[in-house]
Design a protein around this ligand. Structure first.
Ligand SMILES: [Zn+2]
Length: 233
């Protein structure tokens, strides 16, 4: 026979089981209906690095060291590539060695080179274009890094200003303001692009700095800082 006491114990036991089941069911419902943040990885950014000149087109040259612009541009392009890749960017290079981008059979090598450059840029899927150059000017006292953006390229202007600002803050003699430049490499794409004249090979002191590994690293770091600031907005 059940006593009154046994009845209450049993009732208590079932109540406890019922509460446990209710708790489990509530937890399951809450788990499946709760709003959880979905993981959205940041898309990989691609930087296109364009070393100006190459092959028969040596560009400017330094009087003190005899260095050609095409060679020094390539060194700077690889330095930028290394810094960008260390930061997790994907890099596409237009020119990867001392050879020009023109076809050896082309009658108009300049035109052939520009077409190839523009083709690599348009097929790169890049987010940002950087064209690497060294400057030269008859007045030998002229010096300082200068950044250009393409004609009417509003995004390119923001990018160029960001890079110029970083250079101005970190590198002595760098110009303060980015300029619009009518350059084929910038105008052949709608991608935000900056053509950087890293310094003047016609200025003896700047030429000596431009060929130094440490200076190259510093100025390239300043450029990449400018790109990172631009992409962070
Ligand atoms: Zn050049």
């Amino acid at each position: 026979m059940f006593s009154k006491h046994t009845f209450f114990v049993l009732k208590k036991k079932w109540l406890l089981i019922f509460l446990c089941v209710l708790l489990v069911l509530t937890s399951v419902v809450v788990y499946f209906t709760a709003i959880r943040p979905t993981f959205q990885p940041k898309p990989l950014r691609t930087i296109v690095i364009d070393a100006g000149h190459g092959g028969k087109d040596g560009g400017a040259s330094g009087k003190t060291t005899g260095v050609s612009e095409s060679q020094i541009n390539l060194d700077y392009a690889f330095e930028l590539k290394s810094i960008c890749e260390d930061l997790g960017f994907k890099v596409v290079m237009t020119r990867k060695d001392e050879n020009g981008l023109y076809s050896p059979f082309a009658s108009n090598k300049k035109r052939s080179e520009m077409e190839k450059r523009s083709q690599i840029i348009s097929q790169s899927g890049g987010d940002v274009l950087l064209s690497v150059h060294m400057n030269s000017f008859p007045l030998s006292s002229t010096r300082g890094a200068q950044v250009f953006y393409g004609v009417g390229n509003a995004e390119g202007k923001i990018l160029a200003e960001s890079i110029q600002q970083s250079l101005y803050q970190n590198i002595e003699f760098a110009k303060a303001v980015a300029k619009e430049g009518d350059y084929y490499v910038l105008n052949c794409t709608s991608m935000p692009g900056a053509l950087i004249e890293f310094g003047f090979l016609s200025n003896a002191a700047e030429e000596k700095l431009l060929v130094q590994k440490e200076y190259r690293r510093s100025i390239c770091n300043a450029v990449v800082n400018g790109i990172v600031s631009y992409l962070s907005f």
